[in-house]
Write a protein that binds this ligand. Structure first.
Ligand code: MCA
Ligand code: AMP
Length: 515
């Protein structure tokens, strides 16, 4: 066993530049717009927050669940949880009470941090689930978390952790409708961050525009770890604004986004070759990138988007090359497996598919998660007997290793980079009064890539009001899961086995948003 401290925070801290008074993060928008954070601020702020957590006397392995707006302090809280050796559990700010109740009930966090405006309802849920401490953290550095941390020492020795100790739990929705907590270790996250640092050729002087949310893999791990591990400055946007992002490209070199972000920037007349001339790398992922977007980006900026592929359970798996000597960035593909990551394609019976043939994508590597939180059976189901993780994605690998994703075997919609599982939404709709059954599908959408659409059948004698149902759903589930359109129909198309034919519904509604 290694005697060095494998805590991810230690590796990130070791990459801070020697000049701790240099700017680490510039707040680009929101209440703190223009404020600067030095590396020393990150060092001291994370120490104080880690000391606050340590003072609570939490048991080993305690989870710290966080649902707050994006802020530099929220990033520091993540780093402090690592530093103190606890397990970080980020939650999408769009989640509503019933969703939060499930996550808190399932993960049983010892600490919950929420927005000040949500304290009343979140604390009620948390305390009744046995959480001992609920703090608040607002966008404007307000709330009890920072008040309490202000009284703590700014010296803190990072907790000693082994590579396979848990660092974070990321909930991903399940095909059965219930979310599963993917358990990621310090080693999973660090190995992936180190691989990406080398493969994406992070350079001294790189500056990252950070415009993604920090409650998912892309913004929290891929983007933040990338900059931190390179000692790179971040220009920090609380919300994505296409025009403001383009304006800041003159001072930056790296940007990471989901395809919707690129589509929105392409709609801005200020996106020109000149505006992007200081940039070195644009990364796209989390959802399929249309070849039109790929081509338009080259035409408008002169840059070739680098598309990569990953999952909450695995962090990053494949990537188009960054350096020309590693190969071309091939449109429509997600590139070869990252160094050290195994990717293979199997047919329905588990036999290997020859190069170029479509099958199920399976993966292996130091980045692959440790299993689903308290779901050993589910974990077992998702791995093959020889230890490969079944991604649920369908694709092919060419003889030269390039991977193309052609679809998914899991019934999943990806809308603007957020995953929506139809089974979950169907469950909520079916519980509404007067509903007999429903089918939720994804249809092409010009902005979000795919949009959620519901097709609903009323119980005999009941009359359903589509607009009222949508309005009701808005209070029950995260806004990005709410159907953009809800049809009330007499019945759902079924095959001879009685299974709903979602492919027919998708075909019928494919032009709904004119995509
Ligand atoms: C917002 N809305 C959406 C979405 N976002 N509808 C569908 N899909 C969405 N993604 C709707 C809201 O419900 C609301 O509708 C209206 O848009 C305005 O909401 P607002 O929050 O103001 O929207 P926005 O700020 O324009 O947000 C759009 C966005 C955001 C910037 C594209 O969705 C976003 O940041 N997406 C990135 C997600 C991400 O980071 N994914 C990475 C996952 P109404 O007004 O009707 O209520 S990590 C991952 O997938 C893996 C591991 C990987 O490979 O990276
Ligand atoms: P999640 O782990 O919930 O964030 O979502 C992971 C899923 O996003 C993967 O299983 C893929 O289906 C999808 N995904 C991520 N990156 C890409 C990409 N570049 N192209 C297509 N799908 C992607």
């Amino acid at each position: 066993m290694s005697t060095t401290n494998q805590n991810l925070f230690v590796a990130l801290r070791a990459a801070f530049p020697a000049d701790l008074d240099a700017v680490a993060i510039e707040n680009a928008d929101g209440p703190g717009a223009g404020s600067l954070y030095t590396w020393r601020d990150l060092e001291r702020g994370t120490a104080m927050l880690a000391n606050l957590l340590a003072s609570l006397g939490l048991p080993e392995g305690s989870r710290v669940a966080v649902q707050t707006e994006k802020s530099v302090e929220a990033l520091m809280l993540y780093l402090a949880v690592l530093r103190a050796g606890y397990v970080f559990l980020p939650l999408n700010t769009a989640y509503q009470a019933a969703e939060i109740q499930y996550f808190i009930g399932n993960a049983e966090p010892a600490v919950v941090v929420c927005a000040p405006k949500n304290f009343a309802w979140v604390s009620r849920i948390a305390f009744s689930a046995g959480t001992g401490h609920v703090f608040t953290l607002g966008e404007a550095r307000d709330g009890s978390l920072l008040e309490r941390a202000a009284a703590c020492s700014d010296q803190h020795a990072p907790a000693v952790r082994a590579a396979d100790d848990l660092a974070a739990i990321l909930y991903t929705s399940g095909t059965t409708g219930r979310s599963k907590g993917a358990m990621l270790s310090h080693g999973n996250l660090l190995s992936n961050a180190q691989t990406l640092k080398a493969y994406w050729d992070w350079q001294p002087g790189d500056v990252l525009i950070h415009a993604l949310p920090i409650f998912h893999v892309h913004g929290l791990f891929v983007a933040s770890h990338g900059a931190l591990l390179n000692g790179s400055k971040m220009i920090w946007f609380g919300r994505f604004d296409p025009k403001a992002t383009i304006d800041r490209m003159r001072e930056a070199t790296v940007f990471m986004g989901v395809p919707t972000l690129y589509v929105r920037m392409l709609a801005e007349p200020t996106l020109t070759r000149q505006a992007a001339s200081h940039m070195r790398l644009f990364v796209s992922g989390s959802a399929p990138l249309l070849v039109e977007t790929f081509d338009s980006w080259i035409a408008r900026t002169g840059h070739t988007l680098l598309e990569r592929y990953g999952m909450s359970e695995t962090v990053m798996l494949t990537s188009n090359p960054c350096r020309a000597q590693d190969g071309a960035r091939r449109r429509g593909t997600v590139g070869p497996a990252l160094p050290g990551v195994g990717v293979r394609v199997r047919d329905d019976h588990g036999a290997p598919c020859p190069a170029g043939e479509i099958g199920h994508i399976q993966v292996k590597g130091p980045n692959v998660f440790c299993g689903y939180w308290r779901m050993p059976e589910k974990t077992k189901e998702e791995f093959t007997d020889d230890g490969w993780f079944k991604t649920g994605d369908v694709g092919k690998i060419e003889a030269d290793g390039y991977v193309t994703i052609v679809g998914r075997s899991k019934d999943l919609i990806i809308s603007g980079g957020y995953n929506v599982y139809p089974a979950e939404i169907e469950g909520v709709i079916n519980d509404l009064p007067g509903v007999a059954e429903s089918a939720v599908i994804g249809v092409p959408h010009p902005d979000f890539g795919e949009a959620v659409v519901a097709v609903v059948v009323a119980q005999p004698g009941a009359t359903l009001d589509a607009a009222a149902m949508v309005a009701h759903l808005k209070g029950q589930i995260a806004n990005f899961k709410v159907p953009k359109h809800l049809f009330v129909v007499a019945d759902l198309p079924r095959n001879a086995m009685g299974k709903v034919q979602k492919n027919l519904l998708r075909e019928q509604h494919k032009a709904l948003f004119g995509a």
